[in-house]
Design a binder for this molecule. Structure first.
Ligand code: NAD
Length: 429
């Protein structure tokens, strides 16, 4: 939320640091300086093209009616349809959705997929809602944003607290209105409905490639390396499993309720099985329970924040004891923390590069749906690895060329392509 004039100065500073859109802008302008973009170009590239705010009335299971706030924001569609997830969470707000939409624009550009950036969200507490309530919420929200989504306009996908079932409901609702089945309106669907094999694990698998490339860059022996992962949902849980499979010791893992550490390495499949059964990490035997803050401060070679925004801030960045941060979540690090991490010599693989595996395979899903021809999982994984490795190399190349950190380099890489395309298209009067 923007800093209000009625709050104390330290609170205002806290709000500014924690505003993801401000964080995006701070990084964007650093890149724009390097690219020597003028004021007009900056205005075009930072102003969202379209913002839709909707009311989502839902009949709850107890027969009362609740009205939820929802948004769909399209940041930039210069390179193709908007692309980006939909999140259900109690703290969803317009600046968060704006930032997430812009990050999608830069992310798609970095991995070279022909999409722009969009994002959606509904402010609700899904953990307190029943399945049928979530279905009614999803369908009503879909009908409210129906005019601006579609395979050629804007293609949603899962994000926090939404999954393949949510995408199936969106696809069905959209198809009912269109009077024919439109699979390519969303990605991250179940495989039985035109979803791509490999999509559920794609973001985590992309992180695995980032960890491998970082290990090569920093000369870290992965056979002896440790990783701490914040968040154990789609992104964090998959990353934990894949890192465990290649022999990296996962020494910390968390969810919204608690965090577990074990210096010898957690039995990741057992943790994930416990989580699937109990829907919480609480009660897992095989590690010590610590606070979220302690988890982040646990010594490790790789720290993977895979939960939510604003986890590494100017307050705790100086206390981290890791060699590299690989950002699975969007916006886990505030702009205020960047300099502190630089001074500490921590190598950061930023969100818009690190977690781009999700949108890369979403692109593959959209292509397969439109062709009506589906690939083997190995083909999906192989193509994903090619895209992620190329993106990593391009960003490292920019970092060396401009003598900047990986985050600024990633922004330069992402913004440059969109800025050039915008110039080539010219301005429609
Ligand atoms: P998810 O809902 O599957 O998992 C989120 C995890 O974070 C859960 O373990 C949850 O308990 C934990 N969590 C949520 N809020 C928290 C908080 N306030 N403090 C500590 N832990 C918290 O979501 P996901 O799909 O894994 O997404 C996680 C992050 O990755 C988000 O930032 C999302 O935008 C980003 N991301 C997701 C994808 C994708 O394909 N799903 C792609 C790119 C980026």
């Amino acid at each position: 939320m923007p800093a209000s004039t009625s709050v104390a100065p330290h609170q205002a500073a806290h709000h500014a640091e924690h505003n993801p859109y401000e964080a995006m802008l701070a990084r964007f302008h650093r890149a724009a300086d390097i690219l020597e973009l003028d004021k007009g170009q900056r205005a075009v590239l930072t102003t969202p093209e379209r913002e839709l705010k909707v009311a989502v009335p839902v009949r709850m299971d107890d027969d009362t009616i609740q009205v939820f706030d929802g948004w769909r924001i399209q940041h930039n569609t210069c390179l193709g349809p908007a692309k980006g997830g939909i999140r259900f969470a109690p703290d969803v707000n317009p600046d968060e959705v704006r930032a997430l939409a812009a990050w999608m624009t830069w992310k798609c550009s970095i991995v070279g997929v022909p999409f722009g950036g969009g994002k959606g969200g509904v402010r609700c507490d899904p953990r307190r809602m029943k399945m049928h309530e979530l279905e009614r919420l999803t369908r009503r929200y879909t009908s409210a944003i129906m005019d601006i989504i579609g395979p050629d306009k804007d293609v949603p996908a899962p994000d926090m607290n939404t999954n393949d079932q949510t995408m199936a409901w969106i696809m069905d609702t959209y198809s009912m209105h269109a009077r024919h089945t439109v699979t390519a309106v969303v990605t991250g669907k179940p495989a039985a409905l035109g979803g791509s094999l490999g999509r559920p694990a794609a973001t985590g698998r992309g992180l695995l490639t980032m960890v491998k490339e970082t290990a090569a860059e920093l000369k870290i022996d992965l056979g002896r390396a440790s990783a701490v992962i914040q968040g154990s949902g789609n992104v964090g849980g998959t990353a934990a499993q894949l890192l465990h499979e290649i022999g990296v010791r996962v020494t910390g893992l968390s969810d919204i309720d608690t965090a577990i550490v074990n210096a010898k390495g957690l039995d990741v499949p057992a943790v994930l099985a416990h989580l699937a059964r109990k829907r919480t990490l609480k009660g897992f035997k095989g590690g010590d329970f610590v606070s979220n803050d302690e988890l982040l401060r646990t010594p490790c070679d790789f720290l993977l924040p895979c939960a939510t925004e604003n986890q590494i801030t100017s307050k705790n960045a100086g206390k981290l004891r890791t060699r590299a941060i690989v950002e699975g979540a969007n916006g886990p690090t505030t702009a205020g923390a960047d300099e502190i991490l630089d001074r500490a010599g921590i190598f950061v693989v930023p969100d818009i590069l690190a977690n781009a595996g999700g949108v890369a395979v979403s692109y593959f899903e959209w292509v397969q749906d439109r062709h009506g021809y589906f690939w083997e999982e190995q083909e999906v994984n192989d193509r994903l690895a090619v895209l992620m490795k190329r993106a990593f190399a391009n960003v490292v190349g920019r970092a060396h060329r401009h003598k900047v950190n990986m985050r600024t380099a990633a922004y330069v890489e992402g913004v440059d392509h969109v800025a050039r395309a915008t110039k080539l298209r010219g301005l429609y009067p």
